[in-house]
Design a protein. Sequence first.
Length: 109
Amino acid sequence: MSVTFSIGERVDTDDADSFINLANRNAADLLAWLGLSTDDLLGQMPARQLASRCRRRLWPEQRNFDPPLPDEIAGRCHTFGRPAGYLRDRTADLLCLAERAGDGVISWG
């Protein structure tokens, strides 16, 4: 499963610069990292407001650098981890998306 962040309410698959797609776990962690609800992984926010949240998370402060997330194996279930800085990198991607949207909205779901 995945969550797509897009400019506006519809994903334009012909324009790769108009959306970002993340695995559910990474999307939930990114939303939490930005101080947003992760209840149903569905939402919308004015792009300028989201850009402001992203910029604050990109300030060079220790709390804004995310550690690596190790792989987890429980029986036959394997959950892949992610490298240090992953959330920070996706925040930068989301900031670019929000800046492209201008006065529009960023939707996710």
